[in-house]
Design a protein around this ligand. Structure first.
Ligand SMILES: [Zn+2]
Length: 406
């Protein structure tokens, strides 16, 4: 839904006011004990927003919040938690999001309950959130690897980078969906990786995807990295169907997951900006995921609303040079895909996720949930799958035509 973009942007702060990303992906065990030196008493907040709690537990009430870059004084520690003081605020913060501060004065909360960002984190180039520790964050020493160095992409959020190939090893930092890594060795189900910012360590192999440069021509999507963006999410439902009460965010996600499967069947690597109903990355975060991915194209999936009986599909581009050829290729397939809804052609659209995007980017509105027939059709898996296949074919033809030109 177009109009809700403004609402989504205004709500982006709420998205980061929750817990910093600390979710253990899949089979990962709980974080290992913190080993920061007890001699250091001042720490810098590395999370965007860090909760300060009344007790050293994720279930304890939040009594304050600290902004990234805020400097706090450590009073004591308990397991993975530090009891910290920042101005008037004293409470417990998770040590994963605190790194030793070289200098700087302790800053207290201001009127909005958040502390001002004081000195920036000592490693502003670090990618991902919550990367901690500086001692071993250096490029790894030269070593003999069995395979040539491959470039991989991180497939999950808050994926742990450990000091060794196993969950018993300490956490060195975290990487997020779309982050690029060089894979320099493997052992069992683990890859040894390093990033451009110098973070080095081991990641469970299941969280790394590869593009396959140099594959034989003929299937133009093979090895391409496609960023798929299901619009809205979390407490932003997008538009709501007028006949069946369908939430746009739900259709966006289910359609996007079908698109992911279609793209992967054709050999592409897919980076999702969100993969669960409750996730709601801000518009800027979605753009940043695209930028970090080093991907080849960005596709934002939406369903539309109107006060009239408008019906059908809209394909938006922002840049005539960068985006329009991609929009044309996808729209061509949507128009003749036998979807059951008419395509209304391609249009210029001034939307954040395509306007600010570094990749060739399109935003699709795959039907009007304010139109009874559109909504009825859009709710079916058959429609969503047909749309996903049309989009995948359009992407494939776009890349094929790009290859012809070079
Ligand atoms: Zn929308």
């Amino acid at each position: 839904m177009i109009r809700l973009f403004l609402v989504a942007a205004a709500c982006c702060l709420a998205a980061v006011l929750g817990l910093p990303a600390d979710a253990a992906p899949g089979a990962e065990s709980p974080a290992s004990a913190n080993s920061a030196s007890a001699a250091v008493s001042r720490y810098t907040v590395t999370a965007d927003i860090l909760n300060v709690r009344g007790e050293p537990s994720l279930t304890a009430p939040v009594i304050g919040k600290l902004k990234q870059g805020a400097v706090v004084e450590k009073l004591e520690e308990s397991g993975e938690w530090f009891r910290v003081r920042a101005g008037e605020l004293t409470g417990w913060a998770h040590s994963d999001y605190l790194q030793p501060a070289d200098d700087g004065t302790v800053t207290g909360p201001d009127e909005d309950g958040l502390t001002d960002a004081a000195p920036p984190p000592s490693n502003p180039k670090a990618i991902g959130r919550g990367i901690r520790g500086t001692a071993s964050r250096k490029p790894v020493e030269t070593e003999t690897a069995d395979n040539a160095v491959r470039t991989g992409h991180v497939l999950g959020d808050a994926v742990r980078v450990r000091t060794g190939p196993g969950t018993d090893y300490e956490i060195e930092g975290h990487l997020n969906r779309g982050d690029r890594v060089s894979v320099i060795a493997s052992e069992g189900e683990w890859y040894r990786i390093e990033t451009e910012s110098g973070l080095a360590g081991w990641i469970a192999a299941a969280y790394i995807g590869f593009r396959t440069d140099g594959e034989p021509a003929g299937d133009a999507l093979r090895g391409r990295v496609i960023v798929v963006d299901p619009g809205h999410g979390g407490n932003d439902s997008g538009t709501i169907g007028t006949t069946y009460g369908t939430y746009e965010k739900t259709l966006n996600l289910s359609t996007a997951l079908l698109l992911k499967r279609e793209l992967e069947l054709r050999g592409a690597v897919v980076v999702m900006t969100r993969a669960a109903d409750e996730e709601k990355p801000s518009l800027q975060e979605r753009v940043e995921i695209a930028a970090r991915s080093g991907g080849d194209a960005f596709v934002s999936i939406h369903y539309n609303s109107a006060t009239t009986k408008a019906s059908g599909i809209l394909t938006f581009y922002y840049s005539a040079g960068k985006d329009k050829p991609l929009a044309a290729a996808i729209e061509h397939r949507l128009a003749e895909g036998g979807l059951g809804l008419a395509s209304n052609g391609i249009s210029f659209g001034n939307f954040h996720v395509i306007r600010e995007n570094s990749l060739p980017a399109v935003l699709l509105e795959l039907g009007f949930l304010t139109n009874e027939r559109d909504e009825e059709l859009a709710r079916t898996e058959g429609y969503q799958l047909a749309a996903a296949r049309a989009i995948a074919l359009g992407l494939e033809e776009y890349f094929a035509s790009q290859e012809e030109r070079t």
